[in-house]
Design a protein around this ligand. Structure first.
Ligand code: SF4
Length: 398
């Protein structure tokens, strides 16, 4: 993992320094496959923000973005990343010797399937770096995805080609796109198999492991490296299953995590749940990089379908249907909803969903308040007290 992430960032860094290679910035569930097929090196600012969160520097950087007009109430990925830029700081320099700054974009491409924040985020950098901004606008809050949605999205993806050809200096080749898409699909299928190993009892991995292991699925999908990585990881997990080796000792409770991770508290949360013999087996977050619908034989329509189907962009009915399947598949005893202060898009507890699921399935749930990157929005004491009480409730139920 360390090596392939290092190779990825060094490659981006060297691409920035030469005229021959181009860098495209892309939102994490944007059309990375089109960009790769045109020869771009693809950088995902959300991965950079997650590094800011995990290294617990995000909270101190957010005020710099607030000072230039970005509210503390909006996405703390956005505010911490822009804050870091304004402070000329990047965790990449600490992680990878010789890298002095984030890669400079030749173009920035967003997809609003996850939220509008990615659009504003990219717009800031487009202005800063005087680089063109392109985007696709996905239908959001939809229950059934129909032909109108797919056709519109496929057309929007196709319309990206011409301007991207100009910027990249390369001619679009459908064979190349099919090749990249096929690799992306392989990566996605393997990533799904990796996450599905958590359906075994005891589970060989936790949600917290997943947040680390998902790196290549986010930044390197569409490459052979990501495929090779997940083959290896899957074989290790299968070996753990054969040896009946759980991710935590004496797994007693199995939980599902809905919403964003709290990056600055991954270790603390993983240890807290493990002490309680509770394994957080799965999440909608890590599953967001599963694109089952990719099909190299039908590239634009299948990308349109896969990127529109994304859980985060769907209506509550579709989300609840999905969650019911997950709860059943992963044999879950309870569900934790993270009410993330600065990401309403990936917070599902505000319109009665926990209550509806509890009523229908008898499944206990806990809503925890916090945030993905802004540690001022969470209380560690409160979190621990709530989790302890929830586990007691589950014990009572057993
Ligand atoms: S989905 Fe949430 S965390 Fe991700 S970029 Fe959008 S607002 Fe930020």
């Amino acid at each position: 993992m360390k090596q392939i992430m290092a190779d990825y960032y060094y490659k981006l860094d060297s691409a920035t320094k030469t005229d021959n290679e181009k860098v495209a910035w892309c939102s994490s569930v944007g059309p990375a496959e089109i960009l790769r097929s045109l020869g771009f090196n693809v950088y995902f600012p959300e991965n950079h923000s997650a590094m800011l969160g995990a290294s617990r520097v995000a909270t101190d950087l957010i005020p710099y973005a607030n000072a230039v007009g970005y509210s503390p109430e909006i996405c703390s990925y956005l505010t911490s990343d822009i804050g870091a830029y304004l402070k000329k700081f990047t965790p990449l320099s600490k992680a990878y010797e010789g890298i002095k700054s984030i890669p400079k974009p030749d173009v920035l491409v967003f997809n609003t399937n996850q939220c509008r924040d990615v659009q504003d985020w990219m717009r800031f950098y487009s202005k800063e770096f005087k680089a063109p901004l392109l985007g696709v606008y996905t239908f959001r809050n939809i229950n059934e995805i129909n032909e109108t949605h797919i056709n519109s999205m496929a057309k929007q993806f196709e319309d990206l080609i011409k301007p991207l050809e100009k910027i990249s200096g390369n001619t679009f080749n459908i064979k190349e796109l099919r090749k990249v898409l096929s690799l992306s699909k392989k990566c996605s299928d393997l990533w799904k198999k990796v996450l599905d190993t958590a359906s075994k009892v005891p589970s060989p991995l936790t949600f917290f492991d997943g947040t680390i292991q998902m790196g290549p699925a986010v930044v390197l999908r569409g490459t052979q490296q990501a495929v090779d990585y997940y083959k290896l990881l899957l074989s290790e997990l299968e070996e753990r299953i054969r040896n009946n080796e759980g991710a935590i000792d004496e797994e007693c409770f199995r939980l599902y995590w809905d919403g964003m991770p709290m990056w600055g508290r991954l270790r603390a949360h993983s240890e807290l749940f493990a002490r309680q013999k509770a394994c957080v087996v799965a999440s909608t977050y890590c599953n967001s990089w599963i694109f089952t619908d990719f099909d190299e034989n039908n590239p634009f329509e299948s990308m349109a379908k896969a990127y529109t189907k994304l859980f985060i962009g769907r209506a509550d009915e579709a989300k609840e249907d999905y969650l019911k399947k997950m709860i059943n598949f992963f044999k879950v005893d309870g569900i934790i909803f993270h009410d993330s202060k600065t990401c309403s898009n990936n917070t599902n507890s505000r319109y009665g969903m926990p209550q509806r699921l509890e009523e229908e399935l008898g499944l206990p749930s806990l809503v925890v308040n916090g945030d993905l990157n802004d540690l001022r929005c969470l209380s560690d004491e409160q979190f621990k007290t709530n989790v302890d009480a929830f586990i007691e409730q589950l014990e009572g139920n057993k």
